[in-house]
Design a protein around this ligand. Sequence first.
Ligand code: F0G
Length: 345
Amino acid sequence: MGVLKRYGTKLPITGKTPSVNLEEGSTPLVRLDRIGETLGVELWAKLEGCNPSGSFKDRGMVLAVAKALEDGAKALVCASTGNTSASAAAYAAHVGLPCYVLLPSGKVALGKLAQALIYGAKVIAIDGNFDKALEMAREAAEERSFAMVNSVNPYRLIAQKTGAWEICESLGRAPDIHAIPVGNACNISAYWAGYKEFKEWGQIPSLPKMMGFQAEGAAPLVTNEPCPNPETIATAIRIGNPVSAELARKAVRESGGQFNSVTDDEILKAQLMLAKDGGIFAEPASCATLAGLIKLKAAGKLPEGATAVMILTGNGLKDPDTALSQAGRPIKIGSTLKELLEALV
Ligand code: F0G
């Protein structure tokens, strides 16, 4: 029914807020028994790639765009590693606003680029990384009085909490472990805020440990210093100076959780495992969660029998190049049954 309808009473919506709805949210929470058995936990995956633009961004974007309309914004602007731009462009198209997106040139997965373009956003590829693009987008938004829809926009974080509420409603409690990829650190901060609120409201008895996973080449929250030249195959989280770093640190500290990094190789192995042993195709950044849980297990830091939820933030189809680089190739044959039978081994 859309995030604004399902959770409207818990969100800052007024009589003047236009209803915007692409049927985002209410994403599946899938139990993964085969992988869970390997890890010795009850494992669940929240399929945020099932949102209308294929990533978790739609939850926060719907409120940010509704509020931009309410405030009479003339256009939306954002910087992005790909998913925010796809989401902003989709909602801008849906409500009929112009949208400008700044991307790090050559570092955005193919599907995400195609999305921003087909939804009709003006796509500007800058000679710099996401952190630089964000700085430029903020300045431009101020100059032109456009609505800035990155997670510096408070409505993004507020509506993003709905992910935590859905998990608690599905499980009837919070998980013991919440595993999430961390880039600009908005999502982990919002989930923690959402869980805490549900506990305050008496909906859940306990809180999860927040386990944030970054890519080794872009891990400022693990090394505790900004990373000037972030690099990883998981381009969605190729971020060196997270905007919500302080909130994320607080979430991890308060929950008794941890930040950890995983290598690109571990991310790719986890992507393959999720697909082959789980039937789920998630983009590389999302797979940092499974890679991280595998790492914790190997270090003896994953409690046996715990309930763990992984936030699979984006759909695997967004980055076909990376998937094809490790997924093998079709077997080519002619058109005879003999050849086919030989191939069926
Ligand atoms: N996973 C995916 C698929 C993402 O696209 C992002 C962020 C993250 C995880 C990290 O979330 O930033 O809240 O810590 N993507 C942003 C973008 C930066 O521009 O699409 P975060």
